[in-house]
Ligand binder design. Structure first.
Ligand code: LLP
Length: 383
C-alpha cells in the first residue's frame, strides 16, 4: 500500500505524525451514502475523530454530528455544522453544557436518566424553550467485543433500564420537553451483526409499547458500533455499511413519520488514518527483541488501554528476513507497547514504521503525557 514514493515523502516530514488518506475516507463515505434510504440519518460520532480536515469531508457528505460534550458541539459549529444536525449524548452532561446546547437549538438530546430529563426540563423552562429529547434505553444485549467498550449490558452505566419505559408517558407530560425518540448504543467494534438483530427486535417492541401508551416516537436512534478489520485493513478499507444499514432498514417496522438514526464513528474514519513513526533504537534483552519507536501510547493509546491489535509494518526496510519484535514507544511505563512478539521484516534505527487503522480513537484520544509534543497530521492530497 505504501510505495517507495510514499517512503520518500514521509522521510521528508518530521515523525511521528498522523497520515490521513483522503481517498479512503471519501470512498468509504460514498459507500455509506449509497447504503442509506431517505428515512435514514447518520450522525458522525465526533469523539472518534475531531480533526478539522476530516470534519470538513464528513460535512461535505451531509452527515450530522453525535457529540458528547459541549466542547464537541462548539467545535463542530465552528466547522460549519448546523446546530439542527447535532445531537448531544453522554451520561454526565453538566448544567452548563445543557444550558449552552439549549441556547444553540441543537436537534435533540440523548438522555441517560430520568433525573437528567428533569434537569433538562427545568433548564429549558428558564430559557422559555421546548427541547426535543430521545431517551437512551439499555437493552441488555451482550455484544462480542472488548468488555471495556461494551455499553448495552445490564451492568453498564448507560441509559435507563427496559423495565422503566412505562415511565416515559409521565415524563412526556413535563412542560418544556418533548420525548420524540428512543436511543440505543450497544457497544463499539462489533463485527458480528447478530446483536444488532436482537436490537431491532427490542426496538420494535419498545416502540409499539410506547405508542400504545401515548408516546409518539419520531426518531429511532440505534447508535453506532460497526467494527472494522484491524487484522487485514488493506483488503478491507471500506466498512460493510450495506449489510449493517440494510439489517435495520429491513427489520425495524417504520411508520411514515419515523426515521432511523445511526451514530457511526470508527466505521467511517477508522481505516483512513495511519500513525507514521521512525525507529529510534533496536535492542535485544533476555528473550526479547525490542523496537523503540518515536511515537508512544500518547499518540495511540488503544493497545495500552484495551490490549487492541493493529497491523504494523516497516515500509522502508529492504530486508526479507522476518523477526519477532516487541514494538514499544518511549513513554516511561511498560504498557506503552504497540505489539508483542510481532513478526516484521528485519528492522534498524531510522526505518519508517506504519501503524494501520488509526483514523478512529487515535488522534482524538492523544495526550501530552510525559510532556511530549502534540504531533501533526498530514493528508494524502496535500503532501
Ligand atoms: N454512540 C454512542 C452513544 C457511543 O458511545 C459511541 C462510541 C458511538 C455512538 C460510536 O461508536 P463507533 O461507531 O465508533 O463504534 N475508544 C474506544 C471506543 C469507544 C467508543 C465509545 N462510544 C476504542 O478506541 O476502541
Amino acid at each position: 500500500m505504501f510505495s517507495s514514493d510514499s517512503v520518500k515523502k514521509f522521510n521528508n516530514l518530521p515523525t511521528p505524525f498522523y497520515y490521513y488518506d483522503i481517498d479512503i475516507i471519501k470512498n468509504n463515505l460514498k459507500s455509506l451514502k449509497y447504503s442509506l434510504r431517505s428515512n435514514n440519518k447518520v450522525h458522525f460520532s465526533v469523539k472518534s475523530n475531531t480533526n478539522k480536515r476530516i470534519l470538513e469531508i464528513v460535512k461535505s457528505y451531509n452527515l450530522g454530528i453525535d457529540a458528547v460534550s459541549y466542547n464537541e458541539i462548539k467545535h463542530c459549529l465552528d466547522q460549519g455544522f448546523d446546530s439542527k444536525d447535532i445531537v448531544f449524548a453522554g451520561v454526565g452532561k453538566t448544567d452548563e453544557e445543557i444550558n449552552k446546547a439549549i441556547e444553540k437549538d441543537i436537534a435533540y438530546f440523548n438522555v441517560e436518566s430520568f433525573q437528567e430529563l428533569d434537569v433538562i426540563n427545568q433548564l429549558s423552562k428558564k430559557q422559555s424553550k421546548q427541547t426535543e429529547v430521545s431517551i437512551r434505553v439499555n437493552p441488555n444485549i451482550f455484544s462480542e467485543t472488548n468488555k471495556k467498550i461494551q455499553t448495552g449490558s445490564k451492568d453498564d452505566k448507560f441509559g435507563v433500564q427496559l423495565e422503566d419505559i412505562s415511565k416515559f408517558s409521565d415524563y412526556d407530560k413535563l412542560s418544556n420537553i418533548n420525548i420524540t425518540g428512543i436511543h440505543f448504543h450497544i457497544g463499539s467494534q462489533i463485527l458480528n451483526l447478530s446483536p444488532f438483530e436482537k436490537l431491532c427486535k427490542i426496538t420494535n417492541e419498545t416502540i409499539s409499547y410506547l405508542e400504545g401508551n401515548g408516546v409518539t416516537i419520531k426518531n429511532i436512534n440505534v447508535g453506532g458500533g460497526l467494527g472494522i478489520d484491524y487484522m487485514d485493513p488493506e483488503n478491507n478499507l471500506e466498512s460493510n455499511f450495506k449489510d449493517f444499514i440494510h439489517l435495520f432498514n429491513s427489520k425495524i417496522k417504520l411508520k411514515n413519520n419515523q426515521s432511523i438514526h445511526f451514530e457511526l464513528g470508527r466505521s467511517i474514519v477508522g481505516q483512513c488514518g495511519f500513525l507514521i513513526s521512525k525507529i529510534l533504537y533496536t535492542k535485544k534483552s533476555y528473550n526479547k527483541n525490542f523496537i523503540v519507536l518515536d511515537s508512544g501510547m500518547n499518540n495511540l493509546i488503544r493497545p495500552a488501554l484495551y490490549n487492541s491489535k493493529h497491523k504494523i509494518s516497516n515500509i522502508s526496510s529492504r530486508s526479507n528476513k522476518i523477526e519477532a519484535y516487541d514494538i514499544v514507544g518511549p513513554i516511561c511505563e511498560s504498557t506503552d507497547t504497540f505489539a508483542r512478539d510481532y513478526e516484521m521484516v528485519e528492522s534498524k534505527r531510522g526505518d519508517l514504521v506504519v501503524i494501520y487503522s488509526c483514523g478512529a480513537y487515535a488522534e482524538s484520544m492523544s495526550s501530552n503525557y510525559n510532556l511530549r509534543d502534540n504531533i501533526k497530521s498530514y493528508y494524502s492530497d496535500t503532501i
